[in-house]
Design a protein around this ligand. Structure first.
Ligand code: FSO
Ligand code: SF4
Length: 542
């Protein structure tokens, strides 16, 4: 195996024996093979100049396949074997009437057994290292990871019933390009920027899907304590699953709590009507290791980030759905009408104890673009009068590395006339710190999930308009972003596409950036890694 797609990759180089995330070699290789088949499909779609509008089920299966390979989404070997088999069948139907002589192996190889599948998955032509030139490899992977983010966000929008065919067309274009040896470094740099453009499009699509279905997020205090009823914990990012779970648990005596990235579910008006939607339990994804033990009830994973459970007792309480999966845990699939039946989880919850309280109090959030615009006058006044000197976008991900303490200290040390704009699980490093407010505006404004970074871009563009500035970089906004997995890659590429410069990216720069590719990002966008809180603070405060 060779995987370096996330921030926690071994020695900041690559996981080559087992993933730091717990991903085993066989699953890692199968993920590579699934991406390989999807790239093969992309080449066929491009060659045949197929209209993506006619590829309905293939488009959706491609999204799901890609989503399954995101860090911490799916650890289930059997799920990958099944998905690869399915995608090979779809690929073979597509390839009919194409001269396979000039197709890439990814579009034409055959398999006749599961043994052969595993053999192919571990063969050198399938893995990342198949691309020898380090810079080409780096750009191919950067584009691939961006596309993984697009697929994940695209799938959430699709679950709500919204899709944009341009996204599929771009996905095939980009993935086919990663097989094309004729493309130069410059071609791939241009395609990387285009990936960012589609990152903006997919986040806008998901924002529109979420808000048109569930309303615009609004200022909300979320309880972090517990009640004395049996309960289900829902994690991940999928709001459709949240809605179905809330519907099905109504009047059953079972409460529902959010974990990690599902916290922003509380900000949507549509979910406020459920009295049994009690609050948020615990912190960011990696804290599940202890928090699932004390939660006592079943846990439903709608997407990443799963940490392999240490005990059988916890494992028996874990359920997965959608692209998520874990061997030995029950997986809930949708029926033909795309409906999911969570009865099993609800019955399981009834037989278990209520959650143990680990903290009490409230956290505040719901500052997506619509809510911030409703406060625009207040915000603009505070900026004009100098009460707010600067905004710090500290969006992105959290992770288990000790070095991420940096973000807590950075938030604590920020001057009192600054405001943090956040989204994604990065917020758990400082959202319980009580940093106070400025004229009633909280100093940490949480827009929502990582995809709601889109909201932060909308807010920045709006401020640029209000202050009549030429360039987004003239705004009093600094960017100190934390990344972990591939959705953060698409968020980053989207910000670059929007012209944001001087981003600090940490806690480490991606291992998949070769020296030359990193230099392109530095030269064009002045991206830098983080150093110490003091130095970065000086630098970012200007
Ligand atoms: Fe966090 Fe995990 Fe949302 Fe990521 S839960 S790390 S960027 O999956 O997706 O922010
Ligand atoms: Fe390693 Fe991250 Fe890949 Fe897991 S996803 S194998 S931790 S690089």
């Amino acid at each position: 195996m060779f995987c370096y797609q996330c921030q926690e990759t071994s020695k900041n180089k690559a996981c080559e024996v087992i993933g730091v995330c717990g991903k085993k070699e066989d699953v890692s290789n199968l993920q590579d093979l699934l991406m390989y088949v999807v790239k093969g499909i992309s080449q066929i779609v491009q060659r045949k100049e197929l209209d993506v509008k006619n590829l309905h089920s293939i488009n959706q299966e491609v999204f799901t396949s890609i989503f399954m390979t995101i860090t911490n989404a799916n650890f289930d070997k059997a799920a990958f074997e099944k998905q690869i088999t399915k995608m090979m069948t779809l690929r073979n139907q597509l390839v009919q009437n194409v001269n396979t002589d000039d197709l890439h192996d990814a579009a034409s190889f055959t398999l006749s057994s599961i043994e052969e599948m595993h053999k192919k998955a571990s063969s050198p032509e399938v893995g990342i290292l198949a691309t020898e030139n380090e810079d080409i490899r780096s750009l191919r992977e950067l584009i691939t990871y961006g596309v993984k983010g697009i697929a994940a966000y695209g799938e959430h929008a699709l679950n709500i019933g919204q899709e944009d065919h341009q996204l599929y067309a771009f996905m095939y274009e980009a993935l086919a390009a990663t097989l094309n040896d004729q493309l130069s470094v410059d071609d791939l740099v241009a395609l990387t920027m285009k990936t960012g453009e589609y990152g903006v499009k997919v986040m806008a699509l998901l924002d529109n899907a979420n808000t048109s279905k569930y309303g615009n997020p609004e200022i909300t205090e979320v309880n972090i304590g517990v009640r004395n009823n049996p309960a289900i914990l829902i994690s991940g990012h999928d709001l459709v699953d949240l809605e179905a779970l809330l519907e099905q648990t109504q009047d059953t005596g079972v409460d529902v709590y959010t974990h990690g990235e599902m916290l922003p579910g509380h900000y949507y008006p549509a979910f406020k009507k459920y009295d049994h939607f009690v609050g948020n339990y615990g912190g960011s994804w990696w804290e599940q290791v202890t928090e699932f033990e004390t939660f006592n009830g079943p846990i439903l994973f709608t997407t990443n980030c799963i940490v392999p459970p240490k005990s059988e007792e916890v494992k028996e309480r874990i359920y997965t759905t959608g692209a998520a999966g874990y061997p030995g845990c029950q997986h809930i699939t949708a029926d033909e009408q795309r409906k999911k039946d969570f009865t099993k989880i609800i019955e399981h919850a009834k037989s278990l104890k209520a959650p143990q309280e680990i903290e009490t109090g409230k956290i505040i959030g719901g500052f997506a673009h619509h809510q911030v615009m409703a406060l625009a006058d207040q915000v603009i006044d505070a900026v004009k009068s100098g009460k707010i000197k600067k905004f710090f976008v500290m969006a992105g991900c959290d992770g288990r590395m000790k070095s991420r303490d940096y973000y807590t200290r950075f938030a604590e040390d920020l001057p009192k006339d600054t405001v943090i704009l956040t989204a994604g699980c990065a917020k758990y490093r400082y959202n319980k710190l009580n940093l106070g407010d400025i004229n009633g505006i909280p100093r940490v404004l949480d827009a929502g999930q990582c995809n709601d970074s889109y909201s932060l871009a909308v807010i920045a563009l709006k401020l640029k308009e209000v202050f009549e500035l030429e360039d987004i970089n003239e705004l009093p906004i600094a960017y100190n972003i934390a990344w972990y997995e591939q959705k953060a890659v698409i968020v980053l590429l989207a910000l670059l596409y929007l012209g944001v410069k001087n981003i600090h990216l940490g806690p480490t720069l991606p291992a998949f950036l070769s020296e030359n590719v990193a230099k392109v990002l530095v030269d064009n966008f002045n991206i830098t890694g983080i150093s110490t809180v003091e130095k970065d603070m000086d630098h970012l405060l200007g």
